[in-house]
Design a protein around this ligand. Sequence first.
Ligand code: ADP
Ligand code: MG
Length: 321
Amino acid sequence: MTSEFDLIRRHFARPAAASGRARLGIGDDAALLRAPAGAELAVTTDTLLEGTHFLRGTHPGRLGHKALAVNLSDLAAMGAVPRYALLALTLPKADTRWLTAFSEGFFRLARRYGVELVGGDTTRGPLSITVTAIGEVPAGKALRRDGAQAGDDIWVTGTLGDAAMGLAALQGHIRLTGRARQHCVECLEMPQPRVVVGRALRGVASAAIDLSDGLLADLGHLCERSKLTAEVWLDCVPRPDEISACRTTAVARHMLLAGGDDYELAFTAPPRMRAKVERAGFGNGVMVTRVGTLKRGSARVRVYEGSTLVRMPRGGYDHFR
Ligand code: ADP
Ligand code: MG
């Protein structure tokens, strides 16, 4: 029988890297982190729950990746550089193969962005994974939801709807095969947080949010915080080729605008920043697309196809609705 402490030592306690920043990591009652001069800490947490955020039987390596990725995506949306993570795991049993794969997926992504795992908690119960991530951003320079101005452009990174199509395919709602299916499922299970682009948008974007619940819902949050109306041009919203697998326009629109799990960034910037926005995106190998503009008016999102207002059901995932 593996004890809780063996489990932590075996799978999660790593010798501090030479570049380690934490004064004290795993093993004491709390981690000790240095607060950098002139910087603010960006702190965020997200839970992945079996049955709600991932399907039973999802590969544990992909869960390890995603649990960290969704948190790094939040830091990216703030323009913060990720530094530390905490991991609270609830497991039905201490399954060594599962834990080995999980920690490999987690640490592969952590290494890529120089993130140190400095603590956590381990308990027994229905599978649930909570990661807390901590990043740094120069004081006053974080990208917030409330900084947008009327007249600003609205941009998104990457393509939208890929992950929602992956989920729909796994659930048998749409038919996807071969490479198309593989691509969409990978987008769902292995989202790539836009950390580098988020950082490059500091001083360029006026507001930002990451897309976890669909463009309509998340852009709606940005509009609420900035007290503006978003006008989105449907034809401009970047979509994957796989979108053609949707049998009706309504389904395709849903994937594109209301599907969850994109983990792309939506952000706003004044028109004079267009060249800089493109450099922040394409210069870092990430497509950025202008999809709309902000107007004065009450906080809402309006979608146009050509000059026609498109009626959309209130989109976005809400756990309590
Ligand atoms: P305490 O009982 O004092 O809260 P624990 O016995 O829960 O401490 O944990 C011992 C050490 O291992 C602590 O430093 C804690 O942060 C760390 N830890 C526990 N679980 C995890 C985990 N899943 N991943 C990383 N570190 C963990
Ligand atoms: Mg203690």
